[in-house]
Ligand binder design. Structure first.
Ligand SMILES: *Cc1c(COP(=O)(O)O)cnc(C)c1O
Length: 299
């Protein structure tokens, strides 16, 4: 699969926050910089699926998502870059006006098929799609072993540094499983769940990891979802603006802002031992901020 601009990825030291007192340092891996639309972790999760599709001579990728899905847009853009057709199976009715995300996806040549929420939930494929030989299906959010293995390659950008903690946002858990797989035995992986009461996520991560990686210490925190997937409140928005003012780093309200907020809240509660070297993964997703009212964010 054609690479994106991985040379744009950098590791920023974060000077913002109260960490100095305990000799704790914070770093941010800027995966958001690789591409405006194939943002952050999505390219890493997609890469081995696309390689596999190309190797199998499939010309079309089909995948699922909602109207603001980073995964849908990333798939559309990545397919375009690699000369593949793409089909997005979208949850719900076709709206009168397409969301920013879906409009962009169609600009990348993606065909959209809208299916009722009840069918989406049960993952019932449109019948003509299920029987097509040229179609390679990728699960929602890129969940699956290839997604995990792709996400594990994120570690190449920070492996040389001795971080004690790696922190990331958790949706399907695919990225987190990849980070766990790629980590050393002395590192802790901390996931901040962006879904409400998603208690089965640990099991799903375990299922992806199989026998490997079980020895690594990891945990998912369920306290910073702000009411659930894509929910937010004024304090999250205020935090995003404040964080941007101090660091010039934009975050997205669905994933990365909740993760960064959660890490700072845990810092304040002395969750991290003195001397910790903490890496936060900026997994991208900035295009999703287009669903917010104008002027909500200062960036
Ligand atoms: C999809 C996404 C995640 C979550 O990744 P999972 O592998 O599904 O847990 C995190 N951050 C951003 C910006 C995303 O788009």
């Amino acid at each position: 699969m054609n690479p994106v601009n991985s040379e744009h990825i950098n590791l920023d030291r974060l000077e913002f926050g109260a960490q100095d007192k305990n000799n704790i340092s914070l770093y941010l891996l800027r995966l958001d910089k690789i591409h405006p639309e194939i943002s952050g972790n999505k390219w890493f999760k997609l890469r081995f699926y696309l390689d596999d599709a190309i190797a199998q001579n499939k010309q079309t990728i089909a995948t699922l998502g909602g109207a603001w899905s980073n995964h849908i847009l990333a798939t559309a853009a990545a397919c375009k870059l690699n000369g593949l057709h793409s089909i997005g199976i979208i949850r719900g009715e076709r709206p009168h006006d397409l969301s920013y995300t879906l409009k962009k996806a169609t600009e990348y040549g993606m065909n959209l098929i809208f299916i009722p929420r009840s069918e989406y939930k049960q993952k019932i494929m449109p019948p003509d799609l299920a029987s097509r030989e040229d179609v390679y299906l990728i699960d929602e959010g890129g969940y699956g072993e290839k997604g995990m293995l792709g996400a594990a390659t994120i570690a190449e950008f920070y492996k040389q540094q001795k971080f004690t903690h790696i922190c990331c946002a958790v949706g399907t858990g695919t990225m987190m499983a990849g980070l766990i797989k790629a980590s050393g035995p002395l590192q802790q992986i901390l996931g901040i769940s962006v879904l409400k009461n998603n208690w089965s996520i640990e099991k799903e991560i375990k299922a992806l990891l199989g026998e490997n990686g079980q020895h690594i210490r990891y945990s998912v925190n369920h306290n910073y979802h702000f009411g659930g997937y894509a929910k937010y409140n004024d304090s999250l928005i205020a935090f995003m603006n404040d964080f941007y003012r101090h660091t010039q780093v934009p975050t997205d309200f669905v994933y990365t802002a909740k993760m960064v907020y959660g890490v700072y809240a845990l810092l304040e509660r002395n969750f991290f031992p003195p001397g910790s070297r903490i890496l936060l993964i900026h997994s991208g997703g900035l295009q999703g901020n287009n669903s917010l009212l104008h002027e909500t964010l200062i960036f």
